[in-house]
Ligand binder design. Structure first.
Ligand code: 13P
Ligand code: SF4
Length: 330
């Protein structure tokens, strides 16, 4: 959780932007002028995805951050993603449109509590999902994302004891897929835990040919009835390649923008949540706007920095993931 003090420290822009300004043109101009790259997650607003240089899932975004030649990385996503880009590029400037864009999953794993948990399991290796703070990455041996978690676990010897943090839903899914007995941290994502099994079952009756696509951050009963489980990139790829015409999508709604763009002839139905709200928006991701992208590029603020004590250990666990992924062709 970003505190007000931290916000004041990093600085934030309060400038009024003229409604007459063509933000797309201004952002393009700033990109060229400052040699900046815009990396955006699939959960961002359509406008931000359309102006981005690269749109992807957490693994793709980390890989792009690792190889970019740009001087400034504009990270249109949430704080742990921008932190990941900064860990990989300690000498580049990394800015984000809204510094308050955090993550409920990352917040569900406070470093002091996690350190005690880890100390209680001294013979375990720690694999942490990338959706965690730099402090948790520094306490981890290997990082993973939703697109490589199964392979990362399988890359370790069968008798290796493993703590998996912070997402208990992804952890349980990986444990089931690999047949490993993982010790799970009790964390979860607020967006993926609210899908209604009952409403999805009703939708499946109304659309008998529709396939259910689910992100592994969803709870087990949803994953059990899903036709495909995968990361946002995996979900998009499946929808493009599968011959079905209708899909029910159990993940954050931002992904629908790319799905509809890539497959205009197909129908994508957002899976209904267990409340009266009709959308599956991540409130953190959706703090970013095109206007804030423009302002953060213009002022090069707010800037993301890493506690110097965390840089080396957090980068080590992150690099291990990137190396294993590269060796597996992921
Ligand atoms: P992926 O980017 O790995 O699909 O994960 C989605 C997510 O929750 C990002 O916050
Ligand atoms: Fe975090 Fe969930 Fe939002 Fe992803 S969708 S950034 S895991 S709160």
């Amino acid at each position: 959780m970003i505190t007000q003090n931290e916000l004041e420290r990093v600085g934030y822009v309060k400038e009024q932007v003229s409604a007459r300004l063509d933000l797309f043109e201004e952002i393009k101009r700033l990109k060229a002028e400052k040699n900046a790259i815009i990396l955006a997650h699939y959960y961002q607003d359509g406008d931000i995805q359309d102006i981005a240089d690269y749109i992807g899932d957490s693994l793709g975004l980390a890989q792009q951050a690792e190889k970019t030649k740009a001087d400034i990385i504009v990270f249109a996503g949430v704080h742990f993603m921008a932190e990941t880009a900064k860990l990989l590029n300690p000498n580049k400037k990394v800015v984000m449109p809204d510094f308050r864009a955090g993550c409920s999953l990352a917040d569900s794993c406070p470093p002091a509590d996690f350190k005690k948990f880890k100390d209680a399991h001294p013979d375990h290796i720690v694999i942490s999902y990338i959706n965690c703070t730099a402090a948790i990455k520094a306490l981890s041996d290997i990082i993973c994302t939703s697109s490589n978690a199964v392979q990362i676990v399988e890359s370790l010897p069968k008798d290796q004891k493993i703590i998996f943090a912070p997402d208990k839903n992804l952890g349980a899914y990986v444990a089931k897929k690999t047949g490993r007995d993982l010790v799970l941290w009790d964390g979860a994502c607020m967006v993926h835990e609210i899908f209604s099994l009952q409403k999805i079952a009703k939708l499946k009756v109304e659309h008998p040919d529709a396939l259910l696509l689910a992100h592994p951050e969803c709870e087990e009963p949803i994953l059990k009835i899903a036709d495909f489980v995968g990361s946002t990139t995996g979900i998009l790829k499946f929808a493009k390649e599968n011959s079905a015409k209708t899909f029910i999508v159990a993940t954050e709604s931002g992904i629908l923008h790319q799905m509809q763009k890539n497959c205009p002839e197909k129908t994508f139905i957002p899976a209904p949540p267990d409340n009266n709200c009709a959308c599956n928006d991540c409130p953190h991701m959706k703090l970013n706007t095109l206007e804030k992208v423009y302002l953060c590029m213009k002022h090069e603020l707010p800037e993301v920095n890493i506690d110097p004590q965390l840089q080396a250990p957090a980068l080590k666990s992150l690099k291990r993931m990137l190396e294993i992924s590269a060796s597996l062709g992921l």
